[in-house]
Design a binder for this molecule. Structure first.
Ligand code: SF4
Ligand code: MSK
Length: 655
């Protein structure tokens, strides 16, 4: 084992102060004993730059970098004269462009895969969910009656390609946006044309000497973010469902106890589902299983982490080892024979930790190489070449294991995989499926509102603490919680994603959960699947009784431990769609500036949602509940209605 950690004179904080995840805490302790540095140590050793954190720094040209005074933001301007509002808005715009580009590029890769499956160039994947193909095609006015699957799929590809490449017009999924919301976007000139154009224009307008008005920049920021939420991300989700199956709830195991000492442990981490789907085929191959057994193991144990894990969680019931802050820590067990990654949220530090524990660390995507990682590229026309080789290398590592193994014996169970289609079915059954029961229960007050709690971990705050405390507070107040990304893993580990967790909810939400048999916290998928929340919210508007636009709904969003630029893009597309969205940890804008006022107040006055920020999860909950109550009041449903008991005569009337 290579000892990497610097000797620090500082007192190390207790692992329990760094994470509420007991397995991760156990691994932090072991890593310290082993002398291996983790992200938690680096967060102690290197504090965030205060000027950069507040976004008061610009390096968009070589006359700078220009550092303004974040304590007195209007006391200085950049060399070119750029004001603090211009600098912050440009930085924010570039974060949104980067985050949107990540999701849309992911979506484009899925769409290209779909095209080549449809035209027969790729045979290892197929259309698994024909009904979803038809439903998505119908939703954007593609004719589906008396047509072959091939014809519908070809048309769907051509139509959805416009999401990326179109230079004028409106992206296809704007057809799903509630009319009043779309009208506002048209009035403000922010309907996305195509994701490539929006990201390109965002980058152009934030170059030195172009757009230097924070209000005008904010319009392009919204347009770019919307091209992600209603464009790239939504395409990614829908195409993944068509190719690999639409998730439906399944009980899965989470936490590091899913590693098995007597098995070949292979972890997949990243975002695109195709690597994982092919790996599922490889580990089911009798020849590969034979090799694993000949090496002395009981078999191959395939495990997910982060969003890759969430993609296959519900499609295959594959166990999940943990979220973003645990990806290095899981390697400290010594039990991981191979960790393989594709794109996004892959810490470069993983390669070093893997080396310390002799884990084979493999990159598989041409867009994501890491120094010190082995690269085995996944080619979709022959994916088994990559996945078989990875497993064979993992088996070889199993055979030559020398280091002691310590697996935290913690396994939690959760029910995950609530696509927006399944929510509709669950609430109304196959006969009367739909969102009417949800709206009715919101109107009668059993459910106070709906919250989306999503996003990452951030080692600058205690891992999982804000996710779990916030969600507990929300469900206690009868707010149904929808989740994606690493937040969902935090709640799964906390045991709040099972139907039994209904007893943590307020009496109204508890009654609904027990009637339907659902958890009060519904996991909808990976971070790219926030588009499922947009579709569900649009359905709530369409069903009626809760206003005419997304901004009228008693809903709120939160990313309590965000860290990625993707999260900022997601937050902005929720805000531009009409949702109050609270972010924790830190917010890259200085308070009491014009740009801050616009994001945190002015946008709402124009009919959009708005941003909020708080570090304390109870304060986040208070802000979200206050907003939901404000919306209930505006809708005239703030007084809980008496429950109407329906007698037999009335039931006959309904029938
Ligand atoms: Fe400084 Fe203006 Fe150049 Fe930014 S664009 S680095 S504020 S001179
Ligand atoms: S992986 S973007 S840490 S949710 Fe999607 Fe988790 Fe955030 Fe990455």
């Amino acid at each position: 084992m290579e000892i990497k950690k610097k000797v620090s004179k500082k007192v190390e904080p207790s692992p329990k102060d760094l994470t509420t995840c007991d397995a991760t805490a156990q691994m932090i302790t072991k890593a310290r004993k082993d002398g291996v540095e983790l992200i938690f140590d680096r967060a102690q050793d290197m504090k965030a730059c205060p000027i950069g954190r507040d976004s008061a720094c610009c390096k968009h040209c070589s006359m700078g970098p220009c550092r303004l005074n974040s304590k007195d933001p209007y006391s200085k301007v950049g060399l070119c004269g750029a004001s603090i509002d211009t600098i912050m808005a440009r930085n924010f715009g570039r974060m949104v462009a980067a985050g949107s580009a990540a999701h849309t590029d992911h979506g484009m890769a899925m769409l290209e895969l779909f095209r080549d499956v449809v035209n027969g160039k790729i045979s290892d994947y197929e259309i698994k969910d024909v009904q979803k193909l038809i439903d998505v095609a119908k939703s954007i006015d593609i004719e589906t009656t008396e047509r072959t699957v091939q014809d519908i799929a070809n048309d769907l590809y051509s139509e959805l390609e416009r999401t990326y490449t179109q230079v004028e017009g409106e992206i296809p999924f704007t057809k799903r946006v509630p009319a009043n919301t779309l009208e506002l976007w048209r009035k403000e000139g922010i309907v996305p044309r195509g994701a490539m154009r929006e990201v390109m224009e965002m980058m152009h307008r934030t170059c030195i000497g172009v757009d230097q008005h924070y209000e005008n920049l904010t319009k392009q920021i919204s347009r770019t973010a919307l091209s992600d939420g209603w464009g790239g991300s939504m395409v990614s989700t829908e195409i993944s469902d068509i190719l690999f199956g639409t998730p439906s709830p399944v009980e899965v195991e989470l936490n590091m106890g899913v590693l098995k000492e007597n098995m070949v442990n292979v972890i997949i981490h990243g975002h695109e589902p195709n690597l994982f789907e092919s790996m599922v085929v490889t580990v089911g191959d009798p020849e590969i299983i034979k090799l694993a057994k000949e090496a002395g193991s009981d078999g191959i144990n395939l495990i997910g982490m982060c969003c890759s894990g969430l993609e296959v969680f519900s499609r295959h019931g594959i166990p999940h080892a943990g979220n973003f802050s645990s990806t290095e820590a899981v390697l400290v067990t010594g039990a991981v024979d191979a960790m393989t990654v594709d794109i996004q949220c892959i810490k470069q530090g993983l390669a070093k930790v893997a080396k310390c524990y002799d884990t084979v660390f493999i990159t598989t995507n041409y867009r994501c190489h890491l120094e010190d990682a082995l690269h085995i590229e996944l080619h979709e026309h022959a994916p088994r070449e990559c996945t078989d080789e990875i497993v064979i290398r993992a088996i070889a590592r199993f055979k030559t294991r020398t280091l002691p193994i310590e697996i935290p014996q913690i396994v939690n169970k959760g029910v995950h995989g609530f696509s927006h289609e399944y929510i509709s079915y669950m609430l109304g059954g196959s006969f009367r499926g739909g969102y009417t029961p949800l709206n009715e229960n919101i109107i009668n007050g059993r459910i106070r509102g709906v919250a989306g709690v999503v996003g990452c971990n951030n080692p600058r705050s205690k891992q999982d603490y804000a996710h779990v405390e916030l969600v507990k507070e929300l469900i206690k107040n009868d707010i149904l919680v929808l989740q994606t990304g690493c937040s969902q893993v935090a709640l799964g580990k906390a045991g709040l994603t099972t139907p039994d967790a209904a007893h943590f909810a307020g009496s109204g939400l508890q009654e609904v959960c027990e009637t339907v048999g659902m958890p009060p916290v519904l996991g909808l998928g990976a971070c790219v699947d926030n588009s499922r929340i947009l579709v569900a919210a649009s359905e709530m508007v369409r069903v009626g009784g809760l206003g005419n636009s997304l901004a009228d709904l008693p809903v709120a969003g939160c990313a309590p431990e965000w860290m990625s630029e993707k999260a900022i893009a997601i937050g902005q597309y929720f805000v531009a769609s009409g949702v109050f969205t609270v972010f924790g940890v830190t917010f890259p804008i200085i308070e009491n500036t014009k740009f801050h006022d616009l994001l945190f107040d002015g946008l709402e006055k124009k009919g959009f949602g708005k941003w909020g920020h708080a570090e304390d999860p109870y304060e986040m909950a208070r802000m979200m509940i206050a907003h939901i109550d404000k919306k209930r009041k505006e809708l005239g449903i703030d007084k809980t209605r008496e429950r109407q008991l329906v007698d037999m005569a009335a039931r006959r009337d309904i029938a």
